[in-house]
Unconditional design. Structure first.
Length: 578
């Protein structure tokens, strides 16, 4: 049985004063490997670590009321709560210098920093039973926030100024934490999870990177954005492939559904107050234009920064447009030996959401508990003391930039992009097949998220069953193969509820009673193809429409990652907290 280090015997951190230690390099006090619920089923992933900049603490875990940094004191300093969720999987809390650790910039700015782990779609308890299906990931994080608040008297930091941070599935979690604060919907689950019933789980603000949300509309959104591209790359989501005639028809049917869904949202341009809609061709209308303007804003921002020498990249806008530059990117999947044949426009640059192809194996029932390949969460967990961490930096390669005049131009003031289809075909091609989230083989990460403890993988998108039904006469064989299992989704009330608990859009501008955060900052890589760019745009527009302070931008040429320019998230936190 694997040894899991836990420093607290009880839920009272007052008993752990002697466990705080000082990190010389980061100049901070650390309290690591804290279990945040007494009812932990899988302690390895239900722990957190707290890092406190030097001025707010003295030896022995004592709060220093006099210490100040960047204008904050132990009483006023914001608390960053970064979840490490990835792929909706079980993930550990991070350690300084460990993989996926983003603590440094926050600590240097004087913020208290908490890294939190959570269970996920593949988690099993000590008896080998599944126990991390939706919305457990979120419930764990809410439990951790309540635990921190319960201990606030012995922790430096203003726990009314908690800033949630996360990317991808973690961006989804960050969004959900912010919009569902103190919602009664989660109370029975929180109670069963050992959360403090009288503590709050709301946050003050959320930094959201590349959120993978609105999962039940993500398939149709994907077909809308990537409609022009009928090939997908080799990625953690599955092998490369070319659409079959059935998939082409399905893609078109889903795109159509997305256009109606988007138009029914009646989103409004925050500046002009114009209602945003997408034309029936999918490539016209104010909603389409709005996304294209955001892409152009992103390119404009990048080219202006290039022009003024603000970036590490030292080439000029003209050189960038002409492709006369080189950059580093992850080696496309398949490994370095494939790099000569790989299409360099492609290559998923995300976190490697599932090493190997364990997912497909599990969906097919090919592996037993205990025999599975290690999960990403296991691979990025801290090894026991004395055992060195091998690291898992993805291999990088130097790539020559591409010539961009066919689709991108720059008049010295503003960038212009010819259209979404050319952007997709020339710059960021399709990563996932059709269907992309609720897959035909029922073997995606999301299928596992919405499984139950008894049935590990399940369908969850009823739009797909409707589209398959529409195509019955044209594709009778595929109808036979897929319809019945997708159609089950429609009548499953329990599943419907779990889907609803995991979709932040249900909690924004609706009747639901929550203590939602006031401030939101959304950043998404303009080269993120893990989900449609319209998904995060919709989130931003819904938040703005609900009167929330929303700062939304695409970050040019960044893939699926913590897409940002250095220091800007901390500037934002200073702005909203000072
Ligand atoms: C993540 C990436 C995905 O493509 C996805 O479907 C879900 C989660 C992630 O990186 O967390």
């Amino acid at each position: 049985m694997e040894q899991v280090n836990v420093i607290n015997r009880t839920m009272e951190l007052s008993e752990c004063a002697s466990e705080w230690f000082f990190d010389e390099k980061y100049r901070c006090w650390c309290l690591e490997d804290v279990l945040y619920t007494e009812k932990a089923t899988t302690p390895k992933f239900q722990r957190l670590s707290i890092f406190v900049p030097e001025p707010y603490m003295t030896k022995g875990g004592e709060i220093n009321q006099q210490g100040t940094m960047n204008g904050y004191s132990a009483e006023t300093v914001p608390v960053i709560f970064e979840n490490n969720s990835a792929g909706y999987m079980q993930m550990p809390h991070v350690w300084l210098e460990g993989p996926r650790c983003y603590a440094q910039q926050y600590l240097e700015r004087g913020f208290v920093y908490v890294s939190c782990g959570n269970r996920g779609r593949e988690t099993r308890d000590a008896d080998g039973r599944l126990c991390g299906k939706a919305p457990v990931n979120l419930v764990d994080l809410k439990t951790a926030i309540r635990f921190l608040r319960h201990n606030r008297a012995v922790l430096p930091g203003n726990f009314d100024r908690m800033i949630s941070v996360g990317w991808s599935a973690g961006g989804a979690m960050s969004t959900l934490l912010a919009v569902t604060g103190n919602s009664a919907d989660y109370l029975p689950l929180l109670e069963a999870n050992g959360a403090f019933p009288d503590e709050r789980d709301d946050v003050f603000a959320a930094q959201i990177y590349c959120p993978i949300i609105d999962l039940e509309h993500a398939d149709s959104a994907y077909e809308w954005m990537f409609a022009a591209d009928h090939e997908n790359e080799d990625s953690p989501a599955g092998p490369s492939g070319v659409m079959t005639p059935f998939q082409e028809a399905l893609s078109a049917a889903l795109q159509k559904r997305y256009i109606s869904y988007f138009n029914d949202l009646k989103l409004v341009d925050p500046q002009t107050k114009e209602v945003l809609f997408v034309g029936t061709d999918g490539r016209s209308g104010s909603g389409y234009d709005y996304l294209m303007r955001r892409l152009e804003d992103s390119a404009t921002d990048y080219l202006r920064r290039l022009q003024s020498g603000m970036l590490d990249e030292k080439y000029s806008p003209a050189e960038y447009l002409a492709g006369e530059y080189e950059y580093q990117k992850e080696v496309p999947m398949g490994g370095p030996e494939k790099k000569d044949v790989a299409d360099l426009l492609r290559g998923h640059a995300g976190p490697g959401v599932m090493p190997g192809k364990a997912e497909g194996d599990r969906a097919q029932g090919n592996t037993e508990a205990g025999q599975e390949k290690p999960s990403l969460g296991d691979l990025v967990s801290r090894p026991p003391k004395g055992v060195p961490f091998k690291g898992m930096k993805p291999p990088m390669m130097t790539v020559k930039g591409s010539e961009k005049s066919a689709w991108l131009s720059w008049d010295g003031e503003r960038a212009h992009i010819r259209g979404l289809d050319t952007y997709v075909l020339q710059h960021r091609r399709r990563m996932k097949p059709c269907t992309s989230f609720d897959t035909l083989g029922m073997d995606s990460g999301e299928n596992e998220v919405f499984g139950t403890n008894e049935q590990p993988f399940m369908h969850f998108n009823k739009e797909i069953s409707e589209a398959v039904l529409e195509l019955k006469d044209q594709f009778p064989e595929e109808f036979e193969r897929y319809y019945a299992s997708f159609a089950q989704v429609k009548d499953d009330a329990e599943l419907k509820e779990r889907i609803a608990l995991l979709n932040p859009l249900n909690y924004i501008g609706t009747e639901k009673k929550t203590d939602a955060a006031e401030h939101y900052r959304i950043r998404v890589g303009a080269c993120d193809a893990d989900t449609s760019l319209s998904v995060s745009m919709t989130l931003a527009l819904k938040l703005a429409q609900a009167g929330k302070d929303t700062d939304y931008a695409l970050v040019w040429d960044k893939p699926h990652c913590e897409a940002d320019y250095p220091g800007e998230v901390c500037d934002w936190i200073d702005r909203i907290c000072k």
